[in-house]
Design a protein around this ligand. Structure first.
Ligand SMILES: C=CC1=C(C)c2cc3[nH]c(cc4nc(cc5[nH]c(cc1n2)c(C)c5CCC(=O)O)C(CCC(=O)O)=C4C)c(C)c3C=C
Ligand SMILES: [Fe+2]
Length: 430
């Protein structure tokens, strides 16, 4: 069920085997798309050397790098989870929530989801939509993924309350919460990720315009991660506190991965079978306070080394934590209130979630502190048993909590996609 992984295209440089390989096919498609957008085959759009200085007849056009050509599949040939869940994290992200316009009901919502899905599929394949703005013209799909979710309020607006899963019941209040309702929840949620900032913005703008009068933007947040190729070898990304973040995520190869992250067959809401629930939290980091702590203090807060993410009990990043090991002082080497200990499945009756966040930085606050932190995005089959269980535990004594403020929150149902059809079709037409 994890075919929404990237289709790696071969990295074909100009002049070397440019006739073969998916990368070249894709580059060609972009060229044709560029010309198509201009409405005349063979036209050199923008003139040679201009912004769109390419021609369909130009055989020796330089090929895009793997970063540009890599394509994420919107759908597969069988029911699969949407892209953007197990897809490798991208460097740029936009999270957007929309509310349906007053009077827009189920039929209008279905028409929007149909249009949005068709557009997302096109964009993710690197094709150029009609009436294009031109923002992404020279780039390949750059691992673009678009993911659609449905919030609690969507069901009332569309007369579908009987189909609202209990899993969408509002999250409880936690003591680190300072939630801004205007930047929370929403009828519809869209996650956009890409390894190119212009490709990501292009998709955001195209989807917003496609919403037309049907849905209005409720809130939007922008995030980022490491760019592919920025480090000497592929490694787990760091967050804005400088920690290696994502090490102990469940892996698709784990035997219980599917049941932890995706909704099983026994659900009473069959339209969610194979889908997942996403919790989105905007978590501001109190970086001025955090950066005053020594490295040793920071490492005790997490329970892992800052340099390489290895547990304080030794080994490398992927060595399991030894939660039973005591130091010479008789105290646990990974402290009782260490974030990684408290969040671990061993401390939560086996509960686990798939974290796929973006960092954010929105300038500086009036007091000079960075308005920065983590757009914490986590995926699970049941938010009550995963996010809520773990966050409740963290709320009671996580050493990291004093450095965090949860400022916005959302919970959405993200149904699987059929080989044909649009996101949410089984909900809206079933
Ligand atoms: C409710 C769930 C969680 C929230 C909210 C959360 C916020 C948060 N976490 C970090 C940094 C790290 N988290 C790490 C591990 C970790 N965190 C959670 C859950 C939440 N984190 C889990 C389930 C785990 C894995 C625990 C385990 O099984 O070992 C780590 C350690 C490295 C890793 O495994 O990723 C770091 C670092 C921040 C900065 C943050 C809020 C901004
Ligand atoms: Fe964490």
């Amino acid at each position: 069920m994890t075919e929404n992984s990237t289709k790696e295209a071969s990295d074909v440089g100009a002049g070397e085997g440019a006739e073969a390989g998916t990368g070249v096919t894709l580059s060609r498609r972009r060229l044709l798309g560029t010309v198509g957008a201009a409405g005349a085959a063979g036209l050199v759009v923008g003139g040679a050397g201009g912004a769109f200085g390419v021609s369909a007849a130009q055989d020796d056009a330089p090929a895009l790098s793997t970063l540009g050509t890599t394509e994420v599949a919107f759908r597969a040939d069988r029911r699969t989870p949407q892209a953007g869940i197990t897809t490798p994290m991208q460097a740029h992200g936009h999270l957007v929530a929309f509310d349906l316009a007053p009077g827009a009901g189920r039929k209008t919502a279905a028409a929007l989801m149909r249009r949005w899905s068709a557009l997302a599929e096109k964009l993710m394949a690197g094709e150029v939509p009609a009436d294009d703005t031109g923002v992404a013209l020279d780039a390949g799909p750059a691992s673009l993924s678009v993911t659609f979710g449905f919030g609690h309020s969507f069901f009332g607006r569309t007369g579908l309350t009987a189909r609202r899963p209990l899993q969408l019941d509002p999250l409880p209040h936690f003591s680190a919460d300072a939630i801004d309702p205007k930047r929370s929840n929403g009828d519809l949620w869209v996650q956009i990720g890409a390894n190119d900032a212009l490709v990501a913005f292009h998709a955001l703008r195209a989807l917003q315009k496609e919403a037309g009068d049907t849905a209005r933007l409720r809130w939007q947040m922008n995030g980022f991660n490491r760019s592919p190729g920025a480090t000497a070898h592929q490694m787990t990304t760091r967050n804005l506190m400088g920690q290696v973040d994502g090490t102990n995520n469940p892996k698709p190869s784990d035997k219980d991965f599917e049941e932890r992250i995706f909704v099983g067959r026994d659900t009473d809401q069959q339209w969610m079978r194979g889908g997942s629930y996403v919790v989105v939290r905007r978590i501001r980091m109190l970086l001025d306070d955090w950066e005053k702590k020594s490295r040793a203090e920071q490492e005790k807060v997490i329970g892992r080394r800052k340099s390489d993410g290895a547990p304080l009990t030794g080994g490398d990043e992927h060595t399991p934590m030894d939660l039973t090991k005591n130091g010479p002082d008789g105290f646990p080497v990974i402290p009782a209130d260490a974030h990684a200990r408290i969040a671990a499945p061993e401390s939560n009756q086996g509960a686990a979630l798939l974290r796929r966040p973006f960092s954010y930085h929105d300038g500086f606050r009036d007091d000079g502190a960075p308005d920065a932190g983590l757009l914490f995005i986590c995926w699970q089959a049941d938010p009550l048993r995963a996010f809520t269980q773990i966050q409740r535990k963290l709320d009671r004594g996580d050493a990291l909590s004093p450095f965090l403020r949860h400022e916005a929150s959302g919970l959405y149902a993200v149904p699987a996609l059929e080989p044909s059809g649009y996101a949410g079709q089984a909900l809206l037409e079933g």
